[in-house]
Design a protein around this ligand. Structure first.
Ligand SMILES: Cc1cc2nc3c(=O)[nH]c(=O)nc-3n(C[C@H](O)[C@H](O)[C@H](O)COP(=O)(O)O)c2cc1C
Length: 324
């Protein structure tokens, strides 16, 4: 399936594996890239030495493009940005801030820059900065989220920019892929579905919770403090939500609870950790390899006419660029 996204990123299928902090390492990213999608190493909260090692391992697994994700609010974001330029990863996705300070350095290194956005205004700003594409991520997604739904956000972003748009949030099967193309996207970014694939190294207990989740089993914490995060309902999330009812009183306790909470989930403490996952967990009900998951999603999407939808999205974008 060819779209401007497959052309831009040099990949075979328009599926990007979303960065997942403390989860998306070389094992997952290398497998996704080798399967023809774009694997992304999540650098959020990680030391530079770990990032360097993961890029090296991923490159030993595949000679296809590999991406990395920078959370721009991280204290080591500037050093990380420089490291990724030196390593010449193929693609950088960014979240939680503006990549303005690093754009030229990454461009000079031949890196494609793809910010994650949660509004059309931010998408337009990223295009003006020189972004090659954007990920429009709806509030259905796992992890840090914005307010708008994928259904409303993706077409709004497609109307606001002429660079290609990758849809994210709530996409876990071929129906989601086809819907994203119908909205004008030319690629999809998928996180939650990849949590349960064989190459994802999280504890089995976390995978089991994702597999068992129903559509109403996620919860958003952190709205009061301005950093909303979608995760699976568990003891930890319910306690956090209760304490958030009085932030002034419980702020310190909450801060202490958050320390190491994602690590605890990744290591299998499903009661006391933050099990980030999106609403699409309800659609994830199989263990597969990354290659099988991608092949299945694309086969389902093609059966729904996604090839034509993708071609239409690309053709519309080209016509618009040509002013016709
Ligand atoms: C466990 C988890 C961790 C995540 N961590 C990050 C991250 O570090 N950086 C980022 O840009 N997005 C992060 N995300 C968002 C994903 O990259 C992706 O955009 C999102 O999962 C797509 O929506 P979905 O969960 O419905 O597939 C995370 C998502 C999950 C589920």
């Amino acid at each position: 399936m060819k779209t401007r996204i497959t052309e831009l990123l040099g990949i075979e299928v328009p599926v990007v594996q979303g960065a997942m902090a403390r989860i998306a390492d070389a094992s997952l990213a290398g497998a996704v890239s080798e399967a023809g999608g774009l694997g992304i190493i999540a650098c959020g909260g990680a030391p530079l030495s770990w990032v360097e090692e993961q890029v090296r391992i991923a490159r030993s697994m595949t000679d296809k493009p590999i991406g990395a994700n920078v959370m721009l609010m991280d204290p080591n974001a500037a050093e990380l940005a420089k490291l990724l330029a030196d390593l010449r990863v193929d693609v950088v996705t960014t979240g939680a801030g503006s990549p303005a300070n690093f754009m030229q350095m990454w461009k000079d290194a031949g890196i494609k820059v793809v910010p994650v956005v949660a509004s059309s205004a931010l998408a337009a700003r990223m295009e003006r900065l020189g972004a090659d594409a954007v990920v429009a991520e709806g509030t259905e997604a796992g992890g840090h989220i914005g307010e708008l739904t994928t259904m409303a956000l993706v077409p709004a972003v497609c109307d606001a920019v002429s660079i290609p748009v990758i849809a994210a949030g709530g996409i876990a099967d071929g129906r989601g892929v086809a819907a994203a193309f119908a909205l004008g996207a030319e690629g999809v970014q998928v996180g939650t579905r990849f949590l349960t694939v064989e190459e994802c190294t999280i504890a089995d207990a976390y995978k089991e919770r994702v597999l068992a989740a129903k559509d109403a089993d996620t919860i958003v914490t952190g709205r009061g403090s301005g950093h909303p995060v979608r995760c699976l309902k568990n003891k930890f999330a319910r306690t956090v939500r209760k304490l958030e009812g009085d932030l002034a009183q419980n702020g310190d306790e909450l801060e202490a609870m958050y320390v190491g909470s994602l690590r605890r989930a990744v290591e299998g403490d499903v009661d006391n950790g933050t099990m980030m996952a999106g609403q699409s967990a309800a659609l994830v009900c199989e263990r597969a390899t990354a290659a099988e998951a991608i092949a299945r999603m694309m086969a389902e999407a093609e059966a729904l006419g996604a090839l034509d939808l993708a071609a239409t999205a690309s053709a519309n974008a080209r016509r618009e660029r040509a002013g016709r």
